[in-house]
Design a protein around this ligand. Structure first.
Ligand SMILES: Nc1ncnc2c1ncn2[C@@H]1O[C@H](COP(=O)(O)OP(=O)(O)OP(=O)(O)O)[C@@H](O)[C@H]1O
Length: 306
C-alpha cells in the first residue's frame, strides 16, 4: 500500500502550551487507514487538547498535523470536509426528531438527501428516527451524534470519549457500532477514552498519553506482549541456582531469593525437576500473570481509570 495515502493522521512533535503548562508535549501520532485507534490516558492527560488540534479547533503551539497526507494548516477546509467528529456532547435539538436533526445538519453541509437513510442504517436508529430526541436514551442520543458526524460520508471519524456517562448497555451499543465501521464502511476511527477495558475490546491500535507525553504507541498485541506471565521460583542458594539456569540457556532475573523467568510458563514442572536434581531446594514456584490493566496502570503511574 502507498505509505503516503495509507497514513491518515500524522503529527510531528505536536505541542500545546497554556502559559507555563505544557498540556501536549511533542506527540507523534500515526494512524493508518482502516485502524480503530484507541487514544488512551487518564483524565487531564491531554487527549481532548490533541483532538481539538487535529480538528483545527485549536492552534498548536509548535509542531504540525498532517491528515490525508496534507498539511492541516494549509488545506484545512478540504481535509475537514472528509472528517466526521464528535467532541464532548453532541449538539442536537431535543424538540425535533432524530430525522429532523439529521436533515438540519444535512442541509447545512450540503450533503445529499440519501445520506440520512445511510447514516440511520449505520447507527441502527431507523425505527426511532421519527420520535422526538428528548425521549431518546443517552445511548440513542450518542448514536445520533455519531450519525450526525457520519453525514457527508467522511473517511475518518474522530470521537472524544463517546461512551462518557453511558450505562453498560449504552456502552455496549456504541462499542458494537464502532467495531463495524472499518470493515463495513471503510472508515478509520480515532476514539479517545480513559478506560482501557473499553478500548481493548474494539481497538486495533493504541496510543497511551500521560501528562501530555506519548508513552506507548502500537498494536493491542504489542501492548499485550508486555503482559507476558513471569514464572517465579523461590530457591535456596538463589545466586548459584540462577547461574546454573543461565548456563542451561534460560534468561533469569534474580530478585532477592526469587528467580524471575519470562517465556517459560509451560516449563514450570521441568524447571522444578532440573533444579531439584541439581541439588537446589525449591520452596515456592508460581506463575505471576499481569493483565493489560496492570500494564496500563504501570505505564500511567497508577492514574488510569479502569
Ligand atoms: N483552554 C485551556 N486553558 C488552559 N488549560 C487548559 C485548556 N484546555 C486544557 N487545559 C489543560 O490541559 C490539560 C489537558 O487537558 P485535556 O482536556 O486535553 O485532557 P484530557 O486527557 O482530554 O482529559 P479529560 O478526559 O479530563 O478531558 C489539563 O491540565 C487541562 O487543565
Amino acid at each position: 500500500m502507498n505509505e503516503a495515502v495509507d497514513v491518515l493522521i500524522h503529527t510531528k512533535d505536536l505541542t500545546k502550551k497554556f502559559g507555563q503548562q505544557i498540556s501536549v508535549d511533542r506527540i507523534n501520532l500515526e494512524i493508518r487507514r482502516g485502524q480503530i485507534y484507541g487514544f488512551l490516558g487518564p483524565n487531564g492527560a491531554g487527549k481532548t487538547t490533541t483532538i481539538r488540534m487535529l480538528l483545527g479547533l485549536m492552534k498548536p503551539s509548535t509542531g504540525s498535523v498532517r491528515i490525508f497526507g496534507k498539511s492541516l494548516e494549509e488545506d484545512r477546509i478540504e481535509i475537514l470536509s472528509k472528517v466526521g467528529s464528535l467532541v464532548e456532547s453532541p449538539s442536537y435539538y431535543r424538540n425535533l426528531t432524530g430525522y429532523e436533526n439529521l436533515e438540519a445538519t444535512r442541509q447545512l453541509i450540503g450533503a445529499s438527501k440519501s445520506e440520512i437513510e445511510r447514516v440511520l442504517d449505520i447507527v441502527r436508529l431507523e425505527e426511532v428516527a421519527h420520535q422526538l430526541v428528548k425521549g431518546y436514551s443517552l445511548g440513542m442520543r450518542q448514536r445520533l451524534g455519531i450519525a450526525l458526524a457520519l453525514l457527508g460520508n467522511p473517511e475518518l471519524l474522530i470521537l472524544d470519549e463517546p461512551t462518557n456517562g453511558l450505562d453498560p448497555a449504552g456502552i455496549h451499543e456504541i462499542r458494537e457500532l464502532i467495531k463495524r465501521l472499518p470493515q463495513e464502511y471503510g472508515l478509520t476511527v480515532l476514539i479517545s477514552s480513559h478506560n482501557l477495558n473499553e478500548i481493548e475490546l474494539i481497538a486495533t491500535h493504541v496510543g497511551i498519553i500521560q501528562k501530555g507525553k506519548m508513552i506507548f504507541q502500537g498494536t493491542i498485541q504489542e501492548l499485550q506482549e508486555r503482559s507476558q506471565p513471569v514464572l517465579q521460583i523461590q530457591v535456596d542458594q538463589p545466586e548459584e541456582a540462577s547461574q546454573f539456569l543461565r548456563e542451561s540457556g534460560i534468561a533469569v532475573i534474580r530478585q532477592g531469593d526469587v528467580l524471575h523467568i519470562v517465556g517459560h510458563e509451560k516449563d514450570a514442572g521441568s524447571l522444578n525437576k532440573i533444579l531439584i536434581h541439581a541439588g537446589y531446594e525449591v520452596s515456592r514456584l508460581y506463575l505471576q500473570t499481569r493483565s493489560l490493566e496492570d500494564i496500563f496502570l504501570e505505564l500511567t503511574g497508577g492514574e488510569g481509570t479502569l
